[in-house]
Write a protein that binds this ligand. Sequence first.
Ligand SMILES: NC(=O)c1ccc[n+]([C@@H]2O[C@H](COP(=O)([O-])OP(=O)(O)OC[C@H]3O[C@@H](n4cnc5c(N)ncnc54)[C@H](OP(=O)(O)O)[C@@H]3O)[C@@H](O)[C@H]2O)c1
Length: 281
Amino acid sequence: MKQEDYIITSSGVKMPKMIYGTAWKKERTTALVESALRCGFWGIDTACQPKHYSEALVGEGLLNMQHEGVKREDIFIQTKFTPVSGQDPKKIPYDPQAPLEEQVRKSFAVSKQNLYTDYIDSLVLHSPYTVFGDLMKVWHTMESFVQKNEVGQLGISNCYSLEVLQDLYTHSEIKPAILQNRFHAKTEYDKEIRQWCDTHQVIYQSFWTLTANPEILLSETLDALSIKYDKSPAQIWFAFLRENHIVPLVGTSSAQHMLEDLRSLDLHLLADDLKQIHTLL
Ligand SMILES: NC(=O)c1ccc[n+]([C@@H]2O[C@H](COP(=O)([O-])OP(=O)(O)OC[C@H]3O[C@@H](n4cnc5c(N)ncnc54)[C@H](OP(=O)(O)O)[C@@H]3O)[C@@H](O)[C@H]2O)c1
């Protein structure tokens, strides 16, 4: 990836503008992480949540690639602390009865072990707690990892309330550097939240970017632009998102799609074409 394919976040972390997502890959996780790095992805998203992610197999893939000469410091590793409510009760990677602070510390220790590293570039709280005090207990514990230089930046996911995000921002010592949310029509594409993020240097990471938006990808507008630029609708969509400061998580299992998606980083759409896509949101 070229220098311009990265963002320096508010925490000073070098984050790729497109990140490979490893959810639901099961036993194929290791091979797909290796394939993603070979194709040119330098950012990997996972979670300490065995229900949906095989974090240990992500670690195997990263280790294999390091044996092939890839440097750890060149890879952006993002993982998550998942509250009890998001875990499979039979596979919780920490004691669910323990105080919240201990749950976070244990989960983080498991992540570091799974990923063969002492340093996580980006640690994300998988979802907010209903009780704000609980959210802050967890956040302050996550902050302590940054203070010890074990984590580069913090983020939050599945936060669809601007109020909660603002409260977190106000009461935290280390501000969220990223917000990872589902990007779709039902939440009006988080328009208000994204506007706030833009003015507070919080980078918006999107998921369900392709799967939740078939009406856009199959629209006449994207079809026409696809012909005009000789690119796939997905590439046009990714180029549009990049212009809107959105970092997509890409969940493909196909090397062809990995290469195609990464090539969208070089695609620049004309202002009038960006405006046309805007009308679809
Ligand atoms: N924070 C959270 O709660 C949360 C929730 C969900 C996901 N995530 C993260 O987001 C990542 C991405 O997941 P997603 O659900 O958002 O997946 P996605 O990237 O929206 O969709 C992937 C699906 O689209 C298909 N596809 C078709 N054309 C493609 C193309 N050009 N490029 C990529 N995929 C293409 C893929 O099929 P092929 O395999 O055939 O390409 C695959 O079935 C996850 O792995 C995870 O890391 C986070």
